[in-house]
Design a protein around this ligand. Structure first.
Ligand code: NAD
Ligand code: IPM
Ligand code: MN
Length: 358
């Protein structure tokens, strides 16, 4: 089989981590008889520098023409003072919207080998952590209108609108129930229905969808409590489904329980291909260009690509097993380093995974 992958390295550590993930894809391709053809496209600050906008039309076209998209990260201090309408982050939000990627799967799984890198006490983590955070990705305050900063009286006010239509809640709730059905059959819908009208509608629609999934145990939790429960007793969760902004925050929190944000992959899916695959972390300007970044989140993201976009679960599992083996053999990037382990850089970590793919 031949697959076309649109590769967008982006900014900061983006090019470093994406290079390692592509190396892994090439090796796994040879092993499983899959052929990958790559198209490179510009996004974020790299696109601003080259052509003046964070999401050129050619990039959208290249993504639409591909079978899947691989993204590094966007943004950085270089573009922080730029016109907000063309910030690097607008490129990322724009491609998610253009491809209709409403469902963002962020699996927070603690590799047993990284138990000591986890920031929680072993008795709190208990039997480990395996939470699937499903984040709605094309709605909520990120995209709601009206938004802006305007003069009212003698001062400026800033405002955004958190808005969801029924159909948007219904389709993400379905993804939540379907995912839970294939896992531990427990779904926790996280909202702020005690305060927000948008959350009251969210909860009502989730309850309607639940009627089609009597085999899945549904619970509701307010987002403030969910943030607390995640670090108090994370193993109570199986699948979490939540809106865009809450999911952004809760997934960074879940990530660090797995040892580091450098460990968490993601898949952004819509009604049809292409899906987009990216680590959940950002461009890490503080370590960019120093060969220090952890490439495992991006490598695990291509495993998600193989599973969700290409239906190649064996190839995906081979990558996950190779990552686990590297950790079991004692290799660590700086973000997951512990005493007695071997510190390696981004390139070496990618190479170690490649070697274990045999
Ligand atoms: P960040 O995720 O880039 O970094 C937060 C911290 O985590 C930093 O200390 C960084 O060094 C560390 N870190 C992140 N990824 C790592 C990795 N793979 N290995 C080791 N350490 C890692 O978040 P930030 O500092 O808030 O944002 C920096 C820039 O990235 C901003 O411009 C932001 O908008 C952007 N951003 C982009 C994305 C994306 O492209 N998907 C996601 C988040 C933030
Ligand atoms: C993420 C990032 C993005 C988001 C930013 C960079 C637009 O934080 O992918 O989690 O908020 O969605
Ligand atoms: Mn984020």
């Amino acid at each position: 089989m031949r697959y076309n992958i649109c590769v967008m390295p982006g900014d900061g550590i983006g090019p470093e981590i994406v290079a390692e993930a592509v190396k892994v894809l090439d090796v796994v391709g040879k092993k499983f008889g899959l052929e990958f053809a790559y198209t490179q496209a510009l996004i974020g600050g790299a696109a601003i520098d080259a052509v003046g906008v964070p999401l050129p039309d050619e990039t959208v076209a290249a993504c639409k023409a591909a079978d899947a998209v691989l993204l590094g990260a966007v943004g950085g201090p270089k573009w922080d003072e730029i016109d907000p309408a063309i910030r690097p982050e607008k490129g990322l939000l724009g491609i998610r919207k253009a491809l209709g990627l409403f469902a963002n799967l962020r699996p927070a799984k603690l590799f047993p080998e990284l138990a000591a890198a986890c920031c929680l006490r072993p008795d709190i983590v208990g039997q480990g952590l395996d939470v699937m955070v499903i984040r709605e990705l094309t709605g909520g305050a990120y995209f709601g209108e009206p938004r802006g900063i305007e003069k009212r009286g003698d001062e400026e006010v800033g405002f955004n609108t958190m808005v969801y239509a029924e159909h948007e809640v219904r389709r993400i709730a379905k993804v939540g129930f379907e995912t839970a059905r294939k896992r531990g059959k427990k779904l926790c819908s996280v909202d702020k229905a005690n305060v927000l009208d948008v959350s009251r509608l969210w909860r009502k629609v989730v309850l309607e969808v639940a009627k089609d999934y009597p085999d899945v145990e549904l619970s509701h939790m307010y987002v403030d409590n969910a943030a607390m429960q995640l670090v108090r007793a994370p193993s109570q969760f199986d699948v979490i489904v939540t809106e865009n902004l809450f999911g952004d925050i809760l997934s960074d929190e879940a990530a660090v329980i797995t040892g580091s944000i450098g460990m968490l992959p993601s898949a952004s899916l819509g009604a049809a291909n292409p899906g987009l695959y990216e680590p959940i972390h950002g461009s890490a300007p503080d370590i960019a260009g120093q060969d220090k970044a952890n490439p495992l989140a991006t490598i695990l993201s291509v495993a998600m690509m193989l599973k969700h976009s290409f239906d190649q679960p064996a190839a995906a599992e081979a990558i996950e097993a190779a990552c686990a083996k590297v950790l079991a053999d004692g290799y660590r990037t700086g973000d997951i380093m512990e005493p007695g382990k071997t510190l390696v850089g981004c390139k070496a970590m990618g190479q170690l995974v490649v070697e274990r793919l045999g």
